[in-house]
Ligand binder design. Structure first.
Ligand SMILES: Cc1cc2nc3c(=O)[nH]c(=O)nc-3n(C[C@H](O)[C@H](O)[C@H](O)COP(=O)(O)O)c2cc1C
Length: 164
């Protein structure tokens, strides 16, 4: 079973969750890289501006061959209750290759669910599993348990899905 975990490259908390999911699943990691990459405050402001005004964000083509994977796990921070622009572009461009998916978001409060639902609509399919990781869950340690359960659900449902 080949699993790829991918997420917004410029999203440190989401990336840390992606690394944990990948480690639990022995999966490869690939990053969604915005094409206009300014570093530091300028990059942060640009990304906030793009999100605020819902501007389409160009992304670099994936480094991995998505067709080689049985499952693709996609992660995004929730920004203003929505999926991050680069992740949206990635899904729109790669949709045909995203046959079996799992989705997660990170957020400060409860809008992570909205962003996951948006990702489902963009993917045009239901995920094997979905997860919202809140800052409070990361602080309390609850996120570790949730991430482990998320990975277990992906592994067990993926093997049934591939066998079917
Ligand atoms: C521009 C911007 C908008 C955000 N909007 C939301 C939001 O609507 N709801 C929420 O719960 N968190 C929001 N957040 C917080 C992030 O979703 C949260 O901190 C996330 O874990 C950040 O992940 P990252 O470090 O991977 O980017 C926002 C953060 C930024 C920078």
């Amino acid at each position: 079973m080949k699993i790829l975990v991918t997420c917004h490259a410029r999203a440190p908390i989401t990336r840390a969750v992606a690394d944990e999911v990948a480690s639990a699943l022995h999966a490869d990691v690939d990053l969604i890289i915005p094409r206009q990459t300014s570093n530091g405050v300028v990059g942060w402001l640009r990304s906030a501006y793009d999100t605020t005004f819902d501007r389409p964000t160009d992304v670099v083509a994936p480094a991995r061959d998505l067709d080689a994977y049985d499952v693709i796990v996609i992660g995004s921070p929730a920004l203003r209750g929505a999926v991050a622009g680069p992740v949206r572009t990635y899904i729109e461009r790669q949709r045909v290759r995203l046959r079996t998916i799992a989705l997660f978001t990170t957020c400060d409060d409860c809008t992570g669910e909205r962003a996951v639902e948006q990702m489902m609509v963009l993917c045009k399919r239901a995920p094997l599993a979905q997860l919202v990781v809140r800052q409070s869950d990361l602080k309390s340690g609850q996120a570790k348990t949730d991430i482990a359960k998320f990975a277990q659900r992906i592994a067990s449902r993926a093997s049934r899905h591939v066998a079917a």
